[in-house]
Design a protein around this ligand. Structure first.
Ligand code: SF4
Length: 413
């Protein structure tokens, strides 16, 4: 198909200037275009309107508490089968823990005790982190109390840390394993009472029955994913939303996914309690998955997808490039293609290993994050998980508008 020129995007530009929304046909036209510069300019017009030259990052730690999972999504290289005949799990101790140092990537299954999780959270909180981001596989043996105890223990040890935890599929798993069985609303309420602050956006993949059946048949579908996020929003719990792209889906299926997110956001904004804070387009990494024969997205596809996500979801405030998936270099470039957030320091990320030479230690320092942003011509703003500015000096941080502050020591071991 011939490249679409900037002139041919005039109707799209007019719609974006009027606040959107774009249609499926508009989105597909954008994908078919090779005019990457105009795509960037259009996406950036929304980014600049919403955020000026601000670009956000945060000081956080990811914790993936287990890679044991009852499912086997084809795109996933993270899950491991639970060993047959494995005994119960010591909730507070280390006795049943396997592969406790997940900086060593040895393809083994592991599960972290609550003590280990709290030790990690305390360590990074003492050095000034504002968020822990916690997700894991669907463990077949851990009880629901493991997750509430985990939140309680972190909250006790790190009173002001933001606990962003558990994707929609994990929340549904907790409802299924709870005894007596709890509803999604009850699971979320109990987790919030235990210390949970917000939900990440994982598990959405691509909202399409064909893609679902081909790439993640055993996982819940879009209705269940939206049900969790709708319930969270009704309870006043903010969430994010992801899209895993670059595997078996078509551009039109990506666009439909983004339209569904934007439609849902309309409902949540109407109710006024909570909504999606950001869209996180996740670039598929084929290595180690059952879809390893696929090439995965190219750099241009990454850039287009981030820009098009910005254009298709004008009512979702932020678009995040997750540097673990898109690489720090491309995340930097994307700051002029509609993206306003390049996530955080991360430290450990077990789910995808792209940086860090195959280990799961994948860290960008705050200085490096800020340098990436400044070099892109933007103004770095440290944010908390709800995008409120963090005011920091060398020993304390606080959230703008909050009366409390946290003392920390950046050099603590
Ligand atoms: S994507 Fe999540 S639910 Fe699917 S196999 Fe991997 S860990 Fe399990």
């Amino acid at each position: 198909m011939a490249a679409t020129t900037g002139q041919q995007f005039r109707d799209i530009r007019d719609k974006l200037d009027a606040g959107g929304p774009l249609t499926l046909e508009d989105g597909v036209r954008l994908y078919e275009s090779r005019d990457i510069h105009t795509l960037g300019e259009l996406a950036n017009s929304i980014r600049e309107r919403l955020h000026g030259r601000r670009a956000y990052y945060n000081f956080n730690l990811h914790i993936n508490y287990t890679n044991y999972c009852v499912l086997r999504c084809k795109f996933c290289s993270f899950h491991r089968p639970y060993p047959k005949g494995a005994a119960g799990f010591s909730l507070r101790g280390h006795s049943k823990q396997k592969n406790i140092d997940s900086s060593v990537h040895d393809n083994a299954g592991y599960e972290l005790s609550i003590d280990e999780i709290v030790t990690r959270a305390k360590g990074v909180y003492a050095r000034g982190a504002t968020e822990v981001h916690i997700t894991g596989g669907l463990h077949p043996a851990l009880p629901f109390s493991y997750y509430t105890d985990m939140c309680k223990a972190i909250r006790e040890a790190c009173p002001h840390i933001h606990i962003k935890a558990f994707t929609a599929i994990e929340i549904i798993h907790f409802a299924r394993i709870s005894k007596p069985r709890l509803s999604i609303g009850e699971v979320l309420t109990r987790l919030r009472e235990a210390g949970l602050s917000s939900l990440p956006g994982g598990g959405a993949e691509i909202f399409d029955d064909r893609v679902h059946d081909e790439a993640f048949k055993t996982k819940v579908g879009e209705a269940e994913w939206f049900d969790v996020h709708r319930t969270a929003h009704e309870l006043g719990i903010f969430t994010n939303a992801t899209m895993l792209y670059g595997h078996v889906e078509t551009p039109a299926e990506r666009i439909q996914h983004l339209i569904k997110l934007s439609e849902h956001q309309k409902e949540s904004l109407r109710s006024g309690k909570a909504h999606f804070n950001c869209v996180v387009p996740l670039s598929f990494v084929p290595e180690g998955s059952e879809l390893s024969h696929l090439p995965g997205p190219s750099g241009l596809d990454d850039l287009k997808t981030l820009a098009i996500s910005r254009m298709m979801c004008p009512n979702i405030p932020h678009i995040k490039a997750f540097w673990i998936m898109q690489t720090p270099k491309l995340a930097q470039v994307s700051l002029n293609w509609g993206v306003d957030d390049i996530d955080g320091t991360v430290v450990y990320y077990d789910i995808t290993k792209r940086e860090g030479g195959g280990t799961t230690r994948q860290e960008l320092t705050v200085d490096k994050l800020r340098r990436l942003i400044v070099e892109a011509g933007c103004r770095p703003v440290e944010r908390d998980s709800l995008y409120r500015p963090v005011i920091r000096d060398e020993t304390t941080w606080q959230i703008e508008g909050q009366s409390w502050s946290v003392t920390y020591s950046p050099n603590r071991a």
